[in-house]
Design a protein around this ligand. Structure first.
Ligand SMILES: Cc1ncc(COP(=O)(O)O)c(C=O)c1O
Length: 398
């Protein structure tokens, strides 16, 4: 037997995500489990985008492309940044990758040496700490609180940087997975100023940019001061807003020397993102048949429903999400008061899976074990039934 690398062995599946694997196995067996763990839209890719992908295949657009992506796509991405964010990028400042996951890892690999620290605010998207590890950096967690709507407290950020001389970057996910939080302009300026003073790269993951609700406005931090643009790499992609998770396309935009370095790494790892997806994404970004806004509106209705219904349940609290398609619920009361000797969030989620037949993700997967995460990327009927089961499941614990 060959000994696996330390890197590979560090990637052990976590007990938290094991709950989700079990849920998937139940669903595959036909057991009626309502899955609140889904990280992707339940909608189909819009027709005009699919048509562009099919046309690309029929036109034999099936060969290697330049590593960072075809020029018309990078131009379309620049137009998106101009129109949506008021940001001027050149195509040479854009790197198209096989998914935003890959975009993040290539950027981290381009900037991290052993010992370099990357600040990851907690609760965090599950992949960030592992991505930092893969890139050879070290994760430095920055706790956020429910009272602050799970947003970074600038004073805490300052303190953490002062105590840690090797901080290289900050992961800033806005709108946030898992909390749904969105930062205001002022909040972003405070964070940007701290990063600027300390020469810290902001990796601004804005993949949920278009999924915002109740009139909330998403601001791209890079657009708020010219100096911020020089210390920011924006991560975005088409998986979420365009219902294109399986197509695999993400992109990064930032200072050319970082994008060039990430592109060289990508050139030896994946080469270009698949050619048909690139063509489909040009259509996604440049055309519009109204379906993107329709999906957003449907998510907003579901968010309203989930927020209202979850708040009717005794002894839980939720912070109102403004973006993405997740909602966090504080279940600490039930962890401390239950007749089943349930001690932690993983055990609670296992109990709810076995007894209430709902799959929710334990908060420890995101760095906070008092919470559980619901995704509302699911039909209204399922949400209605699932929340009922959740309420009954919790009630049975008292
Ligand atoms: C915050 C965040 N960033 C990035 C990604 C990765 O998206 P992609 O499908 O483009 O790799 C996800 C997917 O769940 C996400 O939630």
């Amino acid at each position: 037997m060959i000994k696996l690398s330390n890197k590979a062995r560090a990637m052990k599946p976590s007990p938290t995500l094991a709950v989700m694997s079990k849920a998937k196995a139940y669903i595959a067996k036909g057991i009626d489990v309502i899955n609140f763990g889904v990280g992707e839209p339940d909608f189909n890719t819009p027709e005009y985008i699919k048509d562009a992908g099919i046309k690309a295949i029929k036109d034999n657009f099936t060969r290697y492309t330049p590593t960072p992506g075809i020029v018309p796509l990078r131009e379309a991405i620049c137009k998106k940044f101009k129109d949506d964010n008021g940001l001027d990028y050149e195509p040479s400042q854009i790197l198209v990758s096989p998914g935003a996951k890959a975009s993040i890892v290539f950027i981290l690999m381009a900037i991290c040496d052993a010992g370099d620290q990357v600040i990851v605010p907690s609760p965090y998207w599950v992949s960030y700490p592992d991505q930092v590890d893969i890139a050879g950096g070290r994760t430095l967690l920055l706790e956020t609180t429910e009272e602050d709507n799970f947003k970074i407290d600038p004073n805490e950020l300052k303190k953490l940087i002062a105590d840690n001389p090797n901080v290289k970057a900050l992961m800033l996910n806005n709108p946030n997975n898992p909390t749904g939080a969105i930062y205001s302009k002022d909040e972003l300026i405070k964070i940007g100023d701290i990063c600027l003073e300390n020469n810290i790269l902001i990796i601004a993951d804005e993949i949920y940019e278009k999924l915002v609700y109740d009139g909330a406005i998403h601001y791209a931090i890079a657009a708020l001061k010219p100096e911020f643009k020089d210390i920011t790499v924006i991560i975005n992609g088409v998986s979420k807003a365009y219902a294109m998770t399986g197509w695999r396309l993400g992109y990064s935009a930032g200072p050319k020397y970082i994008i060039d370095a990430a592109s060289s790494l990508q050139g030896h790892i994946t080469s270009n993102t698949n050619s048909m997806t690139q063509k489909a994404t040009v259509a996604a970004l440049l055309q519009d048949d109204g379906s993107i806004e329709k999906m957003r509106q449907e998510f907003e209705l579901r968010k309203d429903f989930m927020y209202a219904e979850l708040n009717k349940i005794d002894h839980v609290s939720t912070t109102a999400p403004q973006g993405a398609f997740y909602i966090m619920v504080n279940v600490d009361y039930y962890l401390k008061n239950n007749i089943k000797s349930i001690k932690n969030d993983v055990e609670l989620c296992s109990f709810l899976l076995e007894e209430a037949k709902i799959a929710i993700v334990p908060g420890s997967a995101f760095g906070n074990d008092k919470l559980v995460r619901f995704s509302y990327a699911n039909s209204m009927d399922n949400l209605r039934e699932g929340v009922k089961r959740f309420a009954q499941g919790l009630k049975s614990l008292l």
